[in-house]
Design a protein around this ligand. Structure first.
Ligand code: 5GP
Ligand code: MG
Length: 179
């Protein structure tokens, strides 16, 4: 890893190495194999941030599975109701299936709560959340992630799919904002 990196106007320090991330992903993959090898499972990877985690996790999973890539749109509605958020990309029937949402990071938990609400009418048999990173001190959501890579402090991180203003997604390790 580099001693520090510069993205736009900010400086970041090394946080988690590629090896640390990969070792942890192997363990999560084992847990998921135990829980889902005999189940009809659909993974829903939340774009954009989860793309790198999803790729590495999927390669470590030796079970039959399906995967879709989904996204929460946010746009200004034409009515006075304000911001409407829609689920984009759910091209699979998840009725009676076991769903695992894949996230890069769960912070306040608002995004996951919104997903749970939007997925509800689709009739999945179960829904769990698997996230690489979790900030427990920031969390105020309804649905806590069942599979967690790393619990981290409430500080901004970047790399391994996570961006700072769209910069840094391609970095293969995680860096933390230097204060
Ligand atoms: P939530 O607060 O709804 O759980 O998380 C919302 C989103 O905030 C995450 O999906 C992620 O895009 C972004 N986010 C939260 N914490 C961080 C962080 O430390 N670094 C980056 N790059 N994004 C974050
Ligand atoms: Mg995200």
């Amino acid at each position: 890893m580099k001693l520090e990196i510069r993205l736009l106007d900010k400086t970041f320090s090394p946080y988690l190495s590629e090896d640390e991330i990969m070792d942890r992903i192997e363990i999560i993959a084992n847990d998921l194999e135990q829980d889902y090898s005999d189940k009809d499972v659909v993974f829903l990877s939340v774009l954009n941030g989860a793309f790198m985690f999803t790729s590495d996790l999927m390669k470590s999973l030796d079970i039959n599975l399906q995967i879709s890539f989904v996204k929460l749109s946010s746009y200004q509605g034409t009515e006075s109701s304000g911001v409407v958020r829609e689920l984009i990309g759910l091209n699979k029937n998840i009725k009676d299936k076991h769903v695992v949402i894949l996230e890069d990071i769960v912070d306040t938990g608002n995004t996951i709560d919104k997903f749970m609400e939007l997925l509800k009418p689709h009739g999945a048999q179960s829904i769990e959340v698997c996230t690489l990173l979790f900030k427990p001190t920031a969390f105020e959501g309804q649905k806590a992630p069942k599979y967690v890579g790393f619990e981290i402090p409430n500080k901004f991180v970047v790399g391994y799919g996570l961006d700072y203003d769209e910069a840094g997604r391609n970095i293969k390790e995680l860096y933390q904002l230097k204060e």
